[in-house]
Write a protein that binds this ligand. Structure first.
Ligand code: SF4
Length: 284
């Protein structure tokens, strides 16, 4: 439809005294397509006998000031810096029980010190004939500061009782000494890292020297592999007598493993019998 009145219509409107204001055609004023306004009525008839108002020019839009964006640093946030580690206390090899206990309690030689609640030093008779060596504290041990608690600890108690041993107060023939290779809990019970074992192992070595047991029963893959310095699985190490700094070592499964794999309890019983036989031959 034409946006303009026809010549005949314009003539009629002029006859009526209507003055027409006609917008310029698009051809007269080029307008960018994107800025094309909504269609407007082609003409507005204003029935007044006066001269049509001249549309005042639209005020020029005020220049838009682009405010400068606030300065944003492109530098990445600095990572949270973990607490620096400290060297393991010196002189571990010559420490007595109180000094050793204190050294472990304050040790920050590996990253496990950052997540532990308590160090787990060890418990039992300090001249025990049997020494039980486990891997590392779990959640309950970390909370209580004591090795082998919870269901795994109860199973260990039953295993010890089966061969006439206990962790309760008794003489050095019956009461065992229990320690772990690692004194701090690995987060989420993950496997210990080699450098963590390397940092912590001197504490265990000194405990073994102080207890001077006649036999070590090593329980669980990491305990066994750490003190025997081997990557062989327990299945290939069982049934033989090994040694740790001159002390006979018999290896067996960790009670936590036996809770998940009760079929292997009979093998563990064989290991206990072997350990008892080793001790008997040693005069224990
Ligand atoms: S795991 Fe051993 S070496 Fe590591 S912080 Fe604990 S006590 Fe120290």
């Amino acid at each position: 439809m034409s946006a303009r009145w026809s010549d005949r219509q314009q003539a009629m409107l002029r006859e009526m005294g209507v003055t027409l204001w006609l917008p310029p055609t698009p051809a007269e004023v080029p307008v960018p397509e994107a800025a094309m306004p909504e269609p407007v009525p082609a003409a507005v008839a204003v029935p007044v006998p006066v001269q049509a108002p001249v549309p005042s020019p639209a005020p020029a839009p005020a220049p838009v000031r682009m405010s400068r964006p606030a300065a944003v640093s492109t530098e990445p946030d600095p990572p949270s810096v973990p607490r620096p580690l400290a060297a393991r206390p010196s002189g571990v090899a010559a420490m007595d029980w109180p000094a050793l206990r204190e050294a472990v309690a304050g040790c920050e030689a590996c990253g496990l010190c950052r997540s532990r609640r308590n160090t787990v030093f060890g418990v039992g008779h300090e001249q025990a004939q049997w020494m039980i060596v486990g891997e590392a504290p779990g959640e309950q041990e970390d909370l209580r500061g004591e090795p082998f608690v919870g269901k795994a600890g109860q199973l260990l108690d039953n295993m010890l009782r089966a061969v006439g041993l206990t962790r309760a107060e008794a003489g050095p023939e019956q009461q065992v000494y229990i320690a772990n290779v690692l004194k701090c809990r690995p987060p989420m019970n993950r496997n210990p890292e080699p450098q963590e074992v390397a940092q912590c192992e001197p504490f265990l070595k000194r405990q073994v020297e102080l207890v001077a047991p006649k036999l070590i029963l090593a329980m669980g893959r990491f305990a066994v592999q750490s003190i025997l310095q081997t990557g062989e699985p327990i299945g290939r190490l069982r049934g033989r007598v090994h040694a740790y700094h001159g002390v006979p070592v018999v290896v067996t499964y960790h009670p936590a493993y036996l809770l998940r794999n009760p079929a292997d309890k009979s093998r563990s019983w064989e290991d206990l019998c072997l350990a008892r036989e080793v001790l008997r031959q040693a005069g224990g």
